[in-house]
Design a protein around this ligand. Structure first.
Ligand SMILES: C[S@@+](CC[C@H](N)C(=O)[O-])C[C@H]1O[C@@H](n2cnc3c(N)ncnc32)[C@H](O)[C@@H]1O
Length: 288
């Protein structure tokens, strides 16, 4: 290896690249060093180290990210799953009864829906799940992840709830955005980590965000406060929930009061703010 880029990376990233390029565990390299790499392995590690030092997200180079203890395959069509989003899985699991119907809006890699289904199955619960995304690339990635994890999800391509009107998803084919499906077709839990970063937020020019899909971060119809897509979901969610059903929404650190107010305005009887493991306000759990 021509090492400068590689050596400048944090130790954990060096090991991750070596493990992915060679299939050997980090303990091997701790013991043997990197002198025995083949030219192909060495060339691959060098290339990745160069791309990483230019800012490419580690997860896109490796092709995967761990989330809720599970591996999810990722690529530049999807947001890289974040640890703080595990909050939605934990609360979603607690909300889901033994035969719950779940809808994941803006599924990306599929990490939320798939984690809830897998963890619920381990608790003896059988979840019937639907997931939507406006990105065909994201939906293909989510399908691949579901297949890899051996879970079944009904997928729908399109704009939030509108996607559910497509024929493939087993809901009413006549459904339109403003319709209210029969109670049997509605959901016990709707979960979403929508795009919520304000279009002018300077963080969009930093770190992994520079390489992630803009529609996943700020949405297609960008708004000044970042809440446009969240507001759309909240206003339509009551039509798609069973009585007593729950909406779980991730949001930005300074958006909790606004999101809770939007939920109350849309007719939810309660909207409880949740904090992530760092103590940051991160999600709202609204109940009809
Ligand atoms: C913040 S990412 C979340 C991805 C994944 N759920 C996660 O938590 O890692 C938002 C996702 O919403 C999708 N999205 C954005 N606008 C949408 C819309 N109008 N309708 C459906 N999906 C949308 C994006 O393509 C992206 O996959």
């Amino acid at each position: 290896m021509t090492e400068p880029d590689f050596l400048r990376l944090p130790r954990l990233e060096q090991w991750a690249l070596l493990e992915a390029a060679t299939g050997r565990p980090r303990t091997f390299f701790l013991r043997e060093g990197t002198g025995g790499l083949s030219p192909a392995e060495s060339g691959l590690v060098d290339r990745w180290a160069r791309q990483r030092s230019q800012g490419q997200p580690l997860a896109y180079l490796l092709g995967f990210r761990e989330f809720y203890g599970y591996r999810f395959w990722v690529n530049p069509a999807v947001l890289i799953p974040r640890a703080e989003t595990e909050l939605l899985v934990e609360h979603g699991l607690a909300v889901c009864g033994p035969d719950a119907r779940l809808l994941d809006l803006g599924t990306g890699s599929g990490c939320i829906a798939i984690s809830i289904i897998k963890a619920a199955a381990a608790q003896g619960k059988r979840i019937a799940a639907w997931a939507t995304d406006q990105s065909a690339g994201a939906l293909a990635t989510a399908k691949n992840n579901a297949c890899w994890h051996g879970v079944s999800v009904q997928w729908a391509l399109g704009d939030w709830f509108e996607a559910l009107g497509s024929a493939q998803v087993g809901l009413d084919q006549q459904q339109t955005l403003t319709d209210r499906p029969a109670e049997a077709l509605r959901f016990d839990l709707i979960v979403s980590n929508p795009p919520y970063i304000a279009a002018a937020d300077p963080h969009l020019q930093e770190g992994d965000l520079r390489f992630e899909p803009a529609e996943a971060l700020s949405g297609i119809r960008k708004t000044q406060d970042g809440l446009g897509e969240t507001a759309r979901i909240i206003s339509q969610a009551p039509n798609w929930l069973r009585p007593g059903g729950s909406l779980l929404l991730e949001h930005g650190w300074n958006q909790q009061t606004a999101v809770a107010a939007l939920c109350k305005k849309a007719g939810f009887s309660e909207a409880i703010g949740l904090r992530d493991l760092t103590g940051t306000p991160r999600a709202v759990h609204a109940r009809l």
